[in-house]
Design a protein around this ligand. Structure first.
Ligand SMILES: C[S@@+](CC[C@H](N)C(=O)[O-])C[C@H]1O[C@@H](n2cnc3c(N)ncnc32)[C@H](O)[C@@H]1O
Length: 671
């Protein structure tokens, strides 16, 4: 109780490729943390008090998070107001969060994705995903192996159409072509159809499922104190039903051998162990709780409860359903009761994880890891039934008959509920065909390898001039093509080419920074410029649209390469191995970004937040881009704000390199 009354610390983790994450970690630990510790927020206090404050404010590395990349610290509004060091740390976290290199996320919320044990080939379903902090982590884990393009994917779903756009925003930070966002009630989530290895259509079963279900949120009291006022024992009872249905659908969609994580930010057993127990009873040994006690060393927690008292709104607890007065029988249900003491050992409920706020200065949280050992009793029973057509019964004129699979016809197949189509009507997902007329000019200009199939590129319009071209992985393409009639797809694909009808370029599309990392492996040497660190800093630091860096001021090796590169969009690549702020760690870094080769100049063409990030990694001075209210002259501070420069960057060039359509390209978003 005492801990719950205290402010929750801020937590964040460093994301991105291993080498970039290590380099950024060096900067955080070196520059930002040291400054904060040397300059406590209240310098006028006596020294003893300052020592205590420094001790309390020491950033803590979360011991159970891999590679020391997650941190927790007390960063209050007061600190940010009073201390330049904290103010700068705060701004740093915001700017790196914008470009996906840092994720600010409550410490406990990082646990479910870690326990899912994600590998790059996994097919992952995040059933209740918005606002998407765990989805973000799942995407990172999918891409965790440097240099390997994942064959798996994440489908992130939420019932709330508006909140789905929070997911779009989250996913955009990571520029992954392996993400699909859908909008369904997870309790009746429709099945997905995919092309099997033998070319036939089959029902998709997921290797990993995350059920981070809606809950009463009483574990978040430290950050949402108003929950104190609304809390009563019935909150959990009312949620138990939907939580159970979502979990049940989750294990149905899970493959045999697959893993599911169920989590809530509540400590109420009715939302937690009672839901798990109900599933274990219903599935009769087809799923089991996994012992994950050794998976997150250093994590302090309590074991799951094996006994609890279902309680009615008037705070009366019951040991048996027979004791529940009639008026409460719709609220306190028979399935909510714990196993009898003699049966308790069958369920291993102690394998559930309860995180209590005082144990590690966090919020309260519950996690259970489930593994599917064999088909569920009703799946197995249905398999034994003769497969009779239910297409007609489903009134399935919405369903593409060609997409039906034998599994569709079993009772636990696609939900029979008609799709509700409220919310914003999405633009179509139109994939290129092999003979797309636009492709040859793009392919030839960017020297693109034949391994990149144009059929993985899509636009969001059926007619008219194609403006933005998005890239998806093969697996995601297959999902969109096979399910767009039955699944409400909100978003997928990463913007890779943007129309820019610039007369000096022999191709109507420039590269987009968002999709560059996905298509970079396919781009040939014709459009790549390998730059030195000094050149890269020069290009990134230049924010004057009228005077981009002249080619003849760059390193001779860069100038030599420029001789063979025609005007237009290109890739700037820097391969280095040092990072002055990494505290001695040698970090092999490869940075790639979109550039523009002008008649006599070269420029970097990246969003402002990426630009600052790259400059930081190069150890360059970024104060020019940092908003700093501690600077005495306000007009200087204003001028130095990132926003101003961002606008300049996006309104583009006015010299001989002027790219007339660029403004549209930068500002236009598809949906
Ligand atoms: C606890 S939040 C999820 C938090 C999210 N996993 C994250 O880490 O950012 C629960 C989410 O479930 C969604 N939700 C509620 N009922 C749902 C249902 N029946 N199907 C799918 N999503 C549902 C809510 O809209 C809400 O966004």
């Amino acid at each position: 109780m005492a801990t719950i009354k205290e402010t929750l610390p801020t937590a964040f983790r460093i994301t991105g490729s291993k080498s970039e994450a290590r380099a950024l970690l060096g900067i955080v630990k070196g520059k930002f943390f040291k400054d904060c510790l040397l300059n406590p927020s209240q310098p006028d206090e006596n020294s003893q008090k300052i020592d205590k404050e420094i001790e309390q404010k020491k950033p803590i590395c979360l011991p159970w998070y891999p590679d020391g990349l997650a941190w927790q610290l007390q960063l209050t509004r007061k600190d940010i107001r009073r201390s330049e060091a904290y103010f700068r740390l705060h701004n740093f976290l915001i700017s790196e969060t914008d470009c996906g290199n840092i994720s600010r996320q409550e410490a406990v919320s990082m646990i479910p994705p870690l326990l899912l044990d994600v590998k790059p080939h996994h097919k992952i379903l995040d059933m209740c995903a918005a606002p998407g902090s765990k989805t973000a982590q799942l995407i990172e884990l999918l891409h965790a192996e440097d240099g390997r393009f994942p064959t798996g994917f994440v489908i992130a779903n939420d019932i709330d159409n508006n909140r789905c756009y929070m997911l779009v925003h989250q996913a955009k930070r990571f520029n992954s072509p392996c993400v699909v966002i859908t909008n369904h009630d997870a309790a009746v989530m429709p099945n997905f159809t995919v092309t099997g290895t033998d070319g036939t259509l089959t029902m998709l079963k997921f290797d990993r499922v995350l059920c981070d279900v809606p809950c009463s949120g009483d574990g978040t009291l430290r950050k949402n104190p108003d929950i104190w006022l609304k809390w009563n024992t019935a909150n959990g009872n009312n949620l138990h039903g939907i939580q159970s249905r979502i979990l049940r659908r989750g294990v149905e969609m899970l493959s045999v051998g697959g893993r599911l994580v169920y989590s809530t930010c509540s400590l109420n057993p009715l939302e937690n162990e009672a839901v798990i127990h109900r599933l274990l009873v219903d599935t009769r040994g087809a799923v089991q709780l996994v012992d994950v006690s050794s998976q997150l060393p250093g994590l302090k927690y309590r074991q799951g409860l094996v006994h609890w008292l279902p309680t009615s709104r008037d705070m009366r607890g019951y040991t048996s359903y027979n004791d529940v007065p009639e008026k409460w029988q719709t609220q306190v249900r028979p399935q909510m009761f714990p196993p009898s003491p003699e049966d308790a050992h069958k369920f291993n409920l102690e394998r559930c994880i309860r995180i209590l706020p005082h144990q590690q200065d966090t919020g309260g949280f519950f996690v259970a890891v489930i593994e599917k050992l064999r088909p569920l009793p009703w799946e197995a029973a249905a398999k034994a039934l003769p497969a009779e057509s239910e297409e007609q019964e489903q009134g399935g004129n919405e369903k593409d008959a060609a997409n039906s699979t034998s599994e569709d016809k079993v009772p636990w197949g696609p939900q029979r509920k008609r799709r509700r189509t409220h919310g914003y009507k999405e633009d179509p997902f139109v994939f290129f065909t092999e003979d797309e007329p636009l492709w040859p000019s793009i392919r030839d200009f960017y020297d693109i390898d034949s391994l990149l199939s144009p059929t993985c590129l899509l636009t969001r319009c059926n007619e008219g001039k194609k403006k933005n071209i998005y890239f998806t992985s093969l697996a995601v393409r297959d999902i969109v093509i096979n399910n767009h009639l039955t699944i409400k797809l909100i978003n997928t694909g990463v913007k890779s080419f943007v129309r820019c009808d610039n007369k000096s370029m022999d191709c109507a599309f420039r590269l987009a920074q968002e999709g560059l990392h996905s298509i970079l492996p396919y781009i040939g040497p014709k459009r790549k410029i390998f730059v030195t660190k000094a050149d890269l800093i020069k290009l990134l630091i230049n924010d004057d649209p009228k005077f981009p860096p002249e080619a003849d001021t760059l390193d001779p090796s860069t100038q030599e390469q420029l001789k063979d590169i025609s005007q237009g969009s290109c890739v700037l690549v820097y391969q280095g191995e040092d990072n002055p702020s990494s505290g001695g760690d040698i970090t092999r870094l490869t940075l790639a970004m979109v550039g523009w080769r002008g008649a006599k100049s070269v420029r970097a063409y990246v969003p402002i937040s990426d630009c600052v990030h790259y400059l930081r990694l190069c150890g360059a001075d970024v104060s020019k881009y940092e908003k700093n209210k501690f600077i005495k002259n306000p007009s200087v501070a204003e001028e130095k704000s990132g926003e101003k420069i961002a606008v300049d960057n996006e309104t583009e060039v006015k010299d001989e390199d002027r790219n007339e359509e660029e403004e549209v390209g930068m500002l236009g978003e598809p949906t």
